[in-house]
Write a protein that binds this ligand. Structure first.
Ligand SMILES: NC(=O)c1ccc[n+]([C@@H]2O[C@H](COP(=O)([O-])OP(=O)(O)OC[C@H]3O[C@@H](n4cnc5c(N)ncnc54)[C@H](OP(=O)(O)O)[C@@H]3O)[C@@H](O)[C@H]2O)c1
Length: 271
């Protein structure tokens, strides 16, 4: 049974821990190091796990150390902690914009390291995470870390670190794209005469239904769209309008902006 330490016990760490415990991981396996004592107490009470404001104590003997502090403080927290992380431990970073080269510099080059880009729906066990490992990570370590992220959703390995920036643009920032679309649909639904509550309920259920259909159907999303867009019908009228406004290019520009921002963050936080 792997011993797993989290450094930083905020939103992302709590979501992952909640999912892990619901999926067969044991409270005795998990220990959190978090700056503030109040959060330590809450984590202990909520999940029955050990939590301490002493990061060194948290990582003592850990097989997996998950770094879940903000990118801005990652370098200083790791540098201060590195001597207490035992050799052979795999270090996992969930921080946006922190590159493997930075982690290797702070941890030393002989460390097994995995970069993960999770997303906020991890909180409701519908997360989507992209993972990239350096060459020192064993297949057993990969499987163990994958199991942690599968406990809060799905996980996909990428074969090139640069693709983590693409993962950031698709699933890392993606929940907000859907929130934006839902916000617009609710607003316009109200303008068309629906009450706030009805517009909200119909929008949310439609998003849920479309995602459920896309994930369970044997057809791709283009086919699913065409199936509900009869020529001369209402859906076709709406889709034609979207296409005349070049929605695909709007997404291209928005997602490239997210990818570019991830690259800039790497330069900002990496030193
Ligand atoms: N939330 C997301 O959707 C999401 C998505 C992708 C990636 N991430 C990444 O996940 C990481 C954490 O994000 P978050 O949303 O969970 O942030 P958060 O809720 O602010 O959690 C960060 C935690 O780090 C703790 N901390 C700060 N300095 C520390 C130190 N020196 N030692 C130990 N703990 C320390 C804070 O403790 P106190 O509050 O007690 O000071 C806080 O509980 C970030 O790197 C972020 O890029 C998050």
């Amino acid at each position: 049974m792997n011993k797993i330490a989290f450094i930083g016990g905020g939103n992302m760490a709590s979501s992952i821990i909640g999912g892990m415990l619901a999926n067969g991981f044991q409270p005795e396996q998990i220990c959190v190091g978090n700056r503030g004592a109040e959060k330590c107490q809450r984590l202990n009470q909520t999940y029955g796990i050990a939590a301490t404001s002493d990061n060194h104590a948290a990582v003592a003997g850990a097989d997996i150390v998950v770094m879940a502090v903000k990118p801005q403080v990652m370098g200083s927290v790791i540098t201060e902690l590195v001597s207490s992380i035992k050799p052979g431990t795999v270090v996992v970073s969930v921080a946006a914009g922190i590159q493997l080269s930075n982690l290797e510099e702070w941890l030393g080059e002989s460390r097994a390291i995995i970069r993960v880009m999770p997303n906020t729906p991890s909180m409701v066990r519908c997360g989507a995470a992209g993972l990239f490992a350096n060459e020192l990570v064993s297949s057993e370590q990969k499987a163990s870390v994958e199991a942690m992220f599968n406990a809060v959703g799905i996980s996909c390995w990428v074969d090139d670190e640069a693709k983590i920036d693409a993962v950031t643009a698709v699933s890392g920032s993606g929940p907000a794209y859907f929130f934006l679309m839902m916000e617009a649909m609710q607003k316009v639904g109200q303008e068309l005469g629906l009450s706030e509550q009805v517009a909200r309920e119909l929008t949310i259920q439609t998003a849920l239904g479309a995602a459920q259909m896309a994930s369970t159907s044997e057809h791709n999303t283009t086919d699913l769209r065409l199936q509900v867009s009869s020529p001369g019908g209402t859906t076709q009228a709406a889709i034609a309008k979207f296409q005349s406004l070049d929605v695909e290019d709007t997404f291209r520009q928005a997602m490239e902006a997210a990818r570019n921002r991830a690259r800039e963050m790497a330069a900002e936080f990496g030193n």
